[in-house]
Design a protein around this ligand. Structure first.
Ligand code: ASP
Ligand code: MG
Length: 412
């Protein structure tokens, strides 16, 4: 029988009643002829609560015990979901990660899945079981310890199972009804997309459209897993949700698929840095070692042997960046006149695979911002994205203006 993967996020299994509603959807797919692998998250709020317990007990916690504790939320929902299905006469049982086993690296709290053997679950399907309920977010390390995949990791569990079992599709049930052209809280004109390409979703996910864990989209792209994002609170239909798929499966699309933003950004500038080979390595090496996630980087033209170097990072990493740069200066690895931090900036980006074949998209973005009187502080571009750093207070305005300018409220 064909296999379908269905993943239910925290709000979709947030109460016994909701678990029951999810189970009814699963039962419908079983009736449609699928063997179903269900991946469940912890009930909403549970993982945060468990993380809180760990931090309160042991501020410098042992990451292996952190994983032992925070993975447990998923175990509860997996068992409850299997019980609910059994009550509905659907043959089902639960699996914790180690039972499958979901083999991962030993990077506790951010482990990567290495292998998912399918024999165990397939054997049960061939014996007449119809639903395997698997606890998401967790696995087992080569050392035999429980691991977790990082927050939001059950999306990645779901895609990894879909790849390992060559599932027909991976349906991600969440509390939003799909992927939008931008955040509907910023403009009411935001439109749900029927389809979006993996590359576009990847840019939107990493830019802060928090629908899917970024790694799950990377994995789906690598193994060409068709991903559908849909709401568990909407009536089932073939048109429901957004399909995240390969570019070839999209017939028509707008040049720009969406406008993304990231509100909490900061811009740091080092003035009068010596302009010599190795200076970028001397600056960004210590920042990387300090765990600062540097995003955009601009180096100015050299003047009398020195240059200004500007970069952006999340606002809550500014202190760490300042400390790392001060230490590098202290150790005589770098020299600079001043470190200027602007912590009131935001990043706004337009994303679309159509940009590869259309000229003038960036120019249109800049004109739109000019017409709104918004100053651009830093620009970066890639093949399918243009990002600008602007004053945070204009972020909403910029998103709305760009959404209008590229007519994202209209389908292609
Ligand atoms: N429960 C975990 C979390 O909140 C994993 C997930 O739901 O994806 O991060
Ligand atoms: Mg999630």
């Amino acid at each position: 029988m064909p296999i379908l993967v269905m993943k239910f996020g925290g709000t979709s299994v947030g109460s016994l009643d909701r678990i029951h509603r999810a189970a009814k959807r699963i039962g419908r797919e079983v009736a449609n002829g699928y063997d179903v692998i269900v991946i469940v998250s912890a009930m909403s709020g549970e993982t945060n609560k468990l993380v809180g317990y760990v931090e309160e007990t042991s501020p410098l916690f042992d990451a292996r015990e952190y994983d032992a504790v925070v993975s447990s939320g998923e175990n509860v929902t997996a068992g409850l979901m299997a019980l609910t299905l059994q009550e509905m006469d659907v043959p089902a049982r639960s699996w914790q990660g180690w039972q499958v086993p979901v083999r991962t690296t030993s990077a506790h709290a951010s482990a990567r899945i290495e292998e998912i053997p399918s024999d165990n679950i397939l054997a049960k399907f061939s014996e007449g079981m119809r639903v395997a309920v698997v606890a998401g977010f967790q696995g087992i390390s080569p050392e035999g310890r429980i691991t977790t995949l990082g927050r939001g990791g059950s999306d990645t569990t779901a895609v990894a199972f879909a790849a390992a079992f060559e599932a027909e599709r991976c349906d991600i049930y969440t509390d939003v009804d799909g992927v939008y052209t931008t955040d509907p809280r910023i403009t009411a004109k935001a439109r749900k997309l029927d389809r979006i390409a993996f590359e576009e979703m990847l840019e939107l996910a990493s830019l802060g459209a928090k629908v899917l864990q970024t790694r799950s989209v990377e994995l789906a792209m690598r193994y060409n897993v068709k991903l559908r994002v849909l709401s568990s609170f909407e009536e089932p239909s073939d048109e429901a949700g957004t399909l995240v798929c390969a570019e070839e499966d999209i017939v028509e699309s707008n040049v720009v698929a969406g406008v993304a933003y990231s509100r909490e950004e900061a811009k740091l500038t080092l003035t009068h840095v010596e302009d010599r080979p190795g200076i970028a390595a001397a600056i960004f090496g210590p920042l990387a070692d300090a765990g600062v996630n540097v995003d955009m980087i601009v180096q100015n033209i050299s003047d009398a042997g020195t240059t200004d170097m500007t970069f952006s990072c999340p606002v809550n990493e500014v202190k760490r960046a300042e400390k790392a740069l001060a230490a590098a200066r202290e150790a005589n690895e770098i020299g600079f006149a001043e470190l200027i931090a602007d912590t009131e900036v935001a990043k706004v980006s337009i994303v679309g695979i159509g940009m590869r074949s259309h000229a003038g998209v960036a120019a249109k973005m800049f004109k739109t911002l000019r017409d709104e009187g918004i100053n651009i502080k830093v620009i970066t571009t890639s093949e399918i994205k243009v990002s600008v750093l602007i004053d945070r207070k204009y972020m909403e305005l910029a998103v709305q203006a760009l959404h209008d300018a590229f007519e994202l409220d209209k389908a292609a």
